[in-house]
Design a binder for this molecule. Structure first.
Ligand SMILES: *Cc1c(COP(=O)(O)O)cnc(C)c1O
Length: 223
């Protein structure tokens, strides 16, 4: 199956789950995660009209996307991977949304880059819901402090993001992320939830995901 056919399949699935969840289809954004896939593999999705993409490495995105953006209008590029503070400026220049704000040092680096570039890229705060440090994410106990600092530094926040442990049932972690968002969002319904990947996006939508990050279901397995 090519990626354009896979996109139709995934889209139908999203619509079906939205009907069950009594949610509006437009409230769920499908981020096509194109990491490791070359421009050739991405183009069928662009040609089919898809415009929302995710990458997990700044350098890889910088190599692939400027040329694609010249050929297709309206591309929105999201950084979904861990971000080193020394790449904050490159990330701010290249991406439209950052999903991996997770610590004060990165927050500082982003604020500095935003001031320099005159551009404030909105962020999701990544939460370490599974207490797995190697995946990044802010510890739940540190979340209030990080959110307060983001406000001080005038970093626009879109909501919370998580990657649940691969070997556990994801639903409780998705529910927890939703609970944390409701507790901390500035007003009811203000925040989105970036959660759900190829294997579990239906569950994530049932539990309120607004941004699902889907790679292998669209592009096939990564080599
Ligand atoms: C790779 C990746 C995805 C997509 O994973 P699939 O299982 O291929 O859908 C989603 N989120 C993050 C943070 C990723 O790194």
């Amino acid at each position: 199956m090519d990626s354009a056919a896979a996109l139709e399949d995934v889209d139908e699935n999203i619509a079906r789950v939205c009907r069950i969840a009594r949610r509006e289809r437009d409230d769920v954004n499908l981020i096509a995660v194109s990491k490791t896939h070359p421009a050739d593999a991405i183009e069928p999705l662009l040609a089919a009209g898809h415009r929302l993409f995710g990458e997990n490495r700044v350098q890889e995105a910088a190599d692939k996307w400027p040329a694609l953006r010249e050929r297709y209008d309206g591309v929105e590029l999201h950084l979904i991977g861990q971000l080193q503070s020394n790449k904050a400026e490159d990330a701010a220049a290249l991406f439209d949304v950052i999903h991996s704000l997770d610590r004060p040092s990165l927050l500082k680096a982003l604020a500095k880059a935003y001031d320099k570039l005159g551009k404030r890229v909105p962020c999701f705060v990544q939460v370490d819901v599974g207490e797995e440090e190697q995946k990044g994410g802010c510890a739940i106990a540190d979340l209030p402090e990080l959110l307060a600092r983001a406000k001080e530094a005038d970093i626009p926040l879109l909501g919370l993001m998580c990657i649940p442990p691969a070997d556990k049932e994801p639903a409780p972690f998705f529910a927890l992320l939703g609970e944390l968002a409701r507790r901390h969002e500035p007003e009811p319904g203000a925040w989105g939830l970036s959660m759900g990947m190829s294997a579990d996006f239906e569950t994530a939508i049932m539990l309120g995901a607004t941004h699902i990050r889907v790679g292998s279901a669209l592009f096939g397995a990564r080599g």
